[in-house]
Design a binder for this molecule. Sequence first.
Ligand SMILES: [Zn+2]
Ligand SMILES: [Zn+2]
Length: 261
Amino acid sequence: MSVVTIVRLGVFFGVFAVIVLWERGLPMRALVAPRWRRWATNWAISIIDAVMVRLLFGAAAVGAAADAAGAGWGLFNRLDWPGWAAFVASFLALDFAIWLQHLVFHKVPVLWRLHRVHHADRDLDVTTAIRFHPVEIALSMCLKIGLVYALGAPVAAVIAFEVVLNGMAMFNHGNVRMPAGLERALRLVLVTPDMHRVHHSVDRAEHDANYGFNLSVWDRLFGTYVSQPALGHRGMTIGLPGCQDDGPTQLGWSLSFPLRR
Ligand SMILES: [Zn+2]
Ligand SMILES: [Zn+2]
């Protein structure tokens, strides 16, 4: 196992454990769906995703960055920027691209069919962060690999971005509370759990907002920022209208959901 894989897995399970403990100690909402069935399904989807990425993409985005560096391809392998500047610019470009991709997955009907599997979860907790349909993951991997080649992003920037994105996704899907002052300060820069919870509202006007996963700046800049859910964090309904039964907790239902009206 490579050092990068060990770091990734370590951060993943470390952050996962911290958020689970936080959810137990200071939960924001009472969960509505059967927890273990939901968890089993969300984990199963995530394992299918991981195996699919491994089989189809091998070294994926990090491999693409190493390949581009070796061949001298892409913007930052041509420009003579200092290493730190290429790192920061690549990180920001990747974060903006993920924001834009998320918005496109909401606006294009065939892509929304895939992405709504994520939104069908009737509760929001750390396992929602790993609930993405395998076809959405595959498409997003293709885009990311293309972008990494075009940018000539440094290998370190791609690794850092993927590790941070993974950790931040678990953080901002967490069913957690924190002091209001801390939350307000954090969301000036980062996407907080309260900010992302708005994005999981059944109300389309609310779930077509707050597309960011890491930095909150993109939503503020492009007018897609919604500060709070109209019905409050405990009064709002999470999930999709018409999917408020046990369907989303089942693996078969979730994987075949893109094919249904
Ligand atoms: Zn979304
Ligand atoms: Zn989400």
